[in-house]
Design a protein around this ligand. Structure first.
Ligand SMILES: Cc1ncc(COP(=O)(O)O)c(C=O)c1O
Length: 411
């Protein structure tokens, strides 16, 4: 049985009080809190194993390298990748998407080509493509969304042409929580000989995900949104794609040899996968933290995680919908939505609402949430976002909704 009350005991930060109130942390879409197990794993690494990886022959370096490689195995198993060769560690989702842009798209796309994305993307799945399009001359096209924030599949399909070489979509919106039917989009991409990039920042931490079942080409996600420390992210890519890609960043550890020849100059041979894409000293401590975070989530069971968040979201929607002063954005059916609820109180500024909530120890996000085109499309200047995770409870949602009522009364 999934028990959020026992989960909470693993998160020391939840014992804090803010302005005299028990904190309610509803900013999980920005970053999650960390359990003791992860904090201890990182501490233990620095206390017992700290050394650089893949460099020393000494015991500490061997052990650190093993732990670092194990972290790749843990990630590969978690998303059902074929092997660690398909798992590249990055800093975060943003860096993983930029890696695809500069290692794949920079070399494969030209003026005749098109990249297809959607209006529901986080800026990190818009800006890299826009920057690169200025260099390479390809066109970036945006599929529309519906009034409830869900993707308009017809619009996406209609925008696919023979020029479409890459389709890049978020799995779940970080504003409306809308979950996209990735299998359907993968089919569309592959039938049209395009590669599919999926931004999994808001899905991988919250639901079971199988890269083979979904037939993903690329998947990007961040460790810090799934209980791990900051500074570690993941790029999954099919092996054959990585094998045919140029490195992103050059430097130590991503090469097998660098030979200097007086006539020919420098001759460089890339390292094997995934190391070819991991130049320089990596974030070993955070990678070990990510492995522990995944073990923690596996023990809970990702089906249970998703189920718990659905129950919370359903409850939050029910209570919020009873208040006529509140406009909620995004689908209302929790089977097509993750644990994110964005809203506005009529006549109130979203930042004011967030500040009022903070007075009561309730942490939410306000503004565009790095998704300005989506807000623009919905005719909004911004919104308040509450996002849930494994340690949140129904009682917290009740206190949150009661506090919103108090805010409405004092304004
Ligand atoms: C859908 C989505 N994509 C990408 C990102 C970027 O993640 P990061 O800042 O960890 O790179 C976020 C962060 O909120 C997100 O919600």
């Amino acid at each position: 049985m999934f028990d959020p009350y026992s989960v909470r005991k693993d998160f020391p930060i939840l014992e804090r009080k803010v302005n005299g109130h028990d904190i309610i942390y509803f900013d999980n879409a920005a970053t999650s809190q960390k359990p003791l197990q992860v904090i201890d794993a990182v501490k233990n690494f620095y206390k017992k194993y700290n050394a650089n990886v893949h460099r020393g022959l000494h015991k500490l370096s061997q052990e650190a390298s093993e732990l670092y490689e194990d972290a790749h195995f843990e990630v590969a198993k978690f998303i059902n990748a074929n092997s660690i060769e398909e798992i590249v560690f990055t800093k975060n989702t943003t860096e993983a998407i930029n890696l695809i842009a500069y290692s794949w798209a920079l070399h494969k796309l030209g003026e005749e080509d098109e990249v297809l994305t959607t209006l529901m993307e986080h800026h990190s799945n818009i800006v890299p493509w826009e920057i690169l399009s200025k260099i390479k001359g390809f066109k970036v096209k945006y599929a529309d969304i519906k009034e409830d924030g869900a993707l308009d599949y017809e619009s996406l399909e209609n925008l696919v042409t023979q020029k479409t070489k890459l389709i890049t979509v978020t799995h779940a919106s970080n504003v409306t929580g809308a979950i996209n039917d990735i299998s359907k989009i993968a089919k569309l991409a592959h039938e049209n000989n395009a590669v599919l990039v999926v931004d999994g920042a808001q899905s991988v931490p919250h639901m079971p995900l199988d890269v083979k079942r979904l037939d993903l080409d690329f998947l990007a996600f961040s460790g810090h949104k799934m209980l791990a420390p900051t500074g570690i992210g993941v790029l999954y890519a099919k092996r054959e794609l990585l094998e045919n890609m140029e490195p992103f960043i050059g430097g130590g550890d991503m090469i097998r040899s660098v030979k200097y020849d007086k006539v020919k100059g420098c001759m460089i041979e890339w390292h094997t996968l995934p190391w070819k894409f991991e130049a320089g000293t990596p974030n070993v401590g955070s990678a070990i933290g990510l492995a522990e975070a995944i073990r923690y989530l596996n023990k809970l069971g990702m089906e249970n995680v998703q189920q718990h968040e659905r129950q919370l979201t359903q409850y939050a929607l029910k209570l919020l919908q009873e208040d006529n002063n509140i406009s909620i954005y995004g689908p209302k059916n929790v089977s097509t939505k993750c644990g994110i609820v964005s809203f506005n109180i009529k006549g109130m500024d979203y930042h004011d609402v967030a500040l009022f909530l903070d007075d009561f120890g309730i942490m939410v996000r306000s503004g565009y949430h790095c998704a300005e085109p989506l807000h623009q499309r919905l005719g909004l200047n911004g919104s308040v976002r509450a996002s849930f995770y494994i340690y949140n409870t129904k009682e917290e949602i009740e206190r949150f909704v009661e506090t919103l009522k108090e805010i409405e009364n004092v304004r």
